[in-house]
Ligand binder design. Structure first.
Ligand code: FES
Ligand code: MG
Length: 591
């Protein structure tokens, strides 16, 4: 339904009361061929927030796909204006891409607020690009639609299915044991990237794009289309057309990103067997949208949801199979059938999630299981707490039979274990010390990684899923319990205790732990406690010199980031930034 909308871009290009400024704003946008008729013709200006570049291979296909977005925008009566945002690429950015999520968000907000843009297409893909752009759009609240670059095709090596990231965790162990050599290791890992697109496992990239769709911010079926498929470019055209209609319907992020939408995203994440990075990003998007989502909601809202999707790292298949089995609409259709979603949540189509996906076809029930016979029951995250942290998360569904047998099946104390802590201050210490025989690491140990949260690293690193020392691997012990204040790659299937908040660098209890301390994990209670008296812990706190334990800032951005960032449970956001909301209603003064 077309509403009487006054476009904010008119304050730049059509302000009769201010011909001086209008002339100034118009002239430069004419210099590459746009005409006065277009810019003053009452057409909405649609920004395309471009995340692809040679530096960001995962999103690089967006450079060509933008042409199809523009075709759709023009056919629907809009004027496309493409602009770059700060690059983020997950694996190439040191010390970690997490450092730049808030920077990309910040820069997008300034562009959307400061320029004549009425609505925006968010070109999502690589891990942090999706939350960064959604956070920014939520703060500005102009109509916005996410459009994913899509995953790569399935990888193959010597006839075997090879998935992004997941292959590294596996091939690394075989390299450490001497089963393969360096050249084979490199070739095998490289084979997981056979085409343009983002990671092809259910890692953070595919999880976050599916959750953008589950939130209602992306056209149905968009998330899973592989980057090279023709449907990917066709979806660009439809997305371009739709964002123009959204302007006339005044369909803003605020109307879509409701508490109900976030609950849907949490539940869909369980059904996907999604990345353990999702709570950080979803909580951050919620914070920018002004919706109250707490880390405890992930257990309360999502733990009972079954896992339906059988994709790596916790399952078998890859994204191309997921797409051909029906993609996210099939998953949502199954969850709706069992009344597990808020069916009325509004989406970018202008319709509810159930109008979009009710009865969506499911073509392969080995890739996407039906809700009445799921792959796993209760697949959501557990939120743990105790005297070392206020919260940490664990993907209980990732615990395999071998781990369960070794740690969780004591008949006297089922689902509990006590282990001796081996503590590492950062991944460098882990790599240099893990095979040191003096540490005396055996199967009764828990490996602890600390000073790797947002402040400590800085940015929070994916380093908690540590592999056991070589001596244990050779004895057939392929995993130990692990715990830390950092993150774990979404492509890893380990049941680590992650994202401990507050982090050690923020004075969290992990900073007080010493190697040799006994730590008890109780999955019945959801608790993790070190077996030390509160007096002893207070004594250790009094002697603590925090700053000497993590690296100094190398850039000014790191200094700003460390001074402002919140803990992982709160989404690692800049709390100060959250007070600047609904920015489209606050026109900036003239230039
Ligand atoms: Fe960019 Fe995986 S590294 S999507
Ligand atoms: Mg990652």
């Amino acid at each position: 339904m077309k509403k009487d909308i006054s476009l904010r871009s008119r304050a730049w290009f059509n302000d009769d009361s201010n011909p001086d400024m209008t002339a100034l704003y118009l002239e430069k946008y004419l210099n590459y061929g746009l005409t006065i008729e277009e810019l003053q013709g009452g057409k909405p200006i649609i920004g395309i927030a471009q995340t692809g570049s040679d530096l960001v291979p995962c999103n690089r296909a967006h450079i060509e796909l933008a042409e199809r977005l523009k075709a759709g925008i023009r056919d629907a009566g809009g004027i496309p204006i493409e602009f770059p945002v700060h690059p983020i690429q997950e694996t190439g950015r040191r010390p970690t891409a997490a450092l730049d999520r808030n920077l990309q968000c910040l820069s997008l907000i300034e562009v959307l607020h400061g320029y004549p843009i009425d609505a925006v297409v968010l070109t999502t893909g690589c891990d942090k690009t999706t939350p960064a752009l959604l956070m920014g759009a939520a703060s500005v609240n102009i109509p916005a639609i996410a459009y994913s670059v899509g995953p790569m095709l399935n990888g193959r090596y010597k006839g075997q299915c090879v998935g992004s990231g997941t292959i590294i965790w596996d091939a690394r162990k075989r390299l450490a044991k001497g089963d393969i050599d360096y050249n084979e290791f490199i070739a095998e890992v490289a084979s997981s990237a056979p085409s343009t697109g983002h990671c092809n496992t259910m890692g953070t990239a595919l999880t976050m794009n599916c959750l953008a769709e589950a939130l209602g911010m992306m056209l149905p079926g968009c998330a899973s289309i592989p980057a090279p498929y023709r449907e990917r470019a066709q979806m660009a055209y439809h997305t371009g057309k739709r964002i123009v209609e959204m302007v006339w319907e005044d369909l803003t992020p605020e109307k879509i990103l409701t508490r109900e939408a976030f609950e849907n995203a949490i539940r869909v994440c369980s059904a996907l067997g999604g990345s353990t990075n999702a709570p950080i990003h979803i909580n951050a998007i919620a914070a920018h949208a002004g919706v109250d989502i707490k880390i405890q909601d992930w257990q309360a809202v999502g733990q009972h949801i079954p896992q339906l999707v059988n994709c790596q790292p916790v399952g078998k298949y890859l994204s191309e199979d997921f797409h051909n089995a029906g993609g996210l609409p099939a998953v949502i259709g199954q969850l709706l059938q069992a009344n597990l979603l808020n069916a009325q949540a509004l989406t970018v189509t202008g319709k509810s999630i159930s109008e979009n996906c009710q009865g969506a076809p499911l073509y392969n029930t080995d890739v996407i299981y039906q809700v009445d016979s799921p792959l796993k029951q209760q697949a959501g995250l557990m939120v743990l707490s105790g005297n070392l942290f206020d919260s940490a998360i664990m993907k209980v569904s990732a615990i395999d039979a071998d781990f369960r047998q070794r740690y969780l099946s004591d008949p006297a104390r089922p689902n509990c274990f006590t282990a001796r802590a081996i503590v590492f201050n950062g991944p460098e210490e882990y790599h240099s010390q893990i095979d040191n025989p003096e540490l005396d690491i055996d199967e009764n140990c828990i490996l602890v990684m600390r000073f790797t949260g947002p402040k400590g690293y800085p940015g929070s690193a994916e380093v908690v899923n540590m592999q056991p020392p070589k001596a244990l691997l050779e004895r057939g012990i392929s995993s130990l319990p692990t715990m830390g204040d950092g993150r774990q790659s979404g492509t890893s299937g380990s049941p680590s205790i992650l994202n401990a908040s507050p982090e050690a660098a923020d004075g969290g209890g992990l900073a007080l732990l010493k190697s040799g301390d006994l730590v008890t994990v109780d999955l019945n209670q959801g608790s993790v406690n070190v077996q030390i008296s509160s007096e002893e812990l207070a004594q250790r706190r009094a002697e603590l010199d925090l700053q000497s334990q993590y690296p100094a800032n190398q850039t000014w951005w790191q200094e700003i980031y460390r001074a402002k960032v919140s803990n992982l449970d709160e989404g690692a956001v800049f709390v100060d930034m959250l007070k600047y909301r609904r920015l489209r209603d606050k026109l900036p003064r003239h230039s």
